[in-house]
Write a protein of this length. Sequence first.
Length: 121
Amino acid sequence: MSDSGRKQILVVDDERAILKMLTHALSREGYCIHTALNGEEAVKKIKDCRYDCVLTDFVMPGVSGSDVATAVKTLYGDTVPVIGMSGTPWLLDCNLFDMTFEKPGSIIELIRTIKKTVPLV
């Protein structure tokens, strides 16, 4: 956790607009949001910092969301939940992700799920 004591979430997506929207929405809920524009950047950040949750796009050039999930599970086991998002949800390997969301989807439902998965208190 950061010095502020807030729960840290890493949001990974190759679309800047989605990163911005999720950062804004989750920050308003009280989470400390870190972002990565691709899977390679995400894996580096995961090695440097333990997050309370990782929210990742599935289809990205180079290092995929599955690769990000594998890195999290290799380093931290099941102690860090990984949520996969995809516009092609039928491609998601549910064994790697603790839960999955279809893009575009309900931001309200996503926030509700994150609050249950990573409570602020």
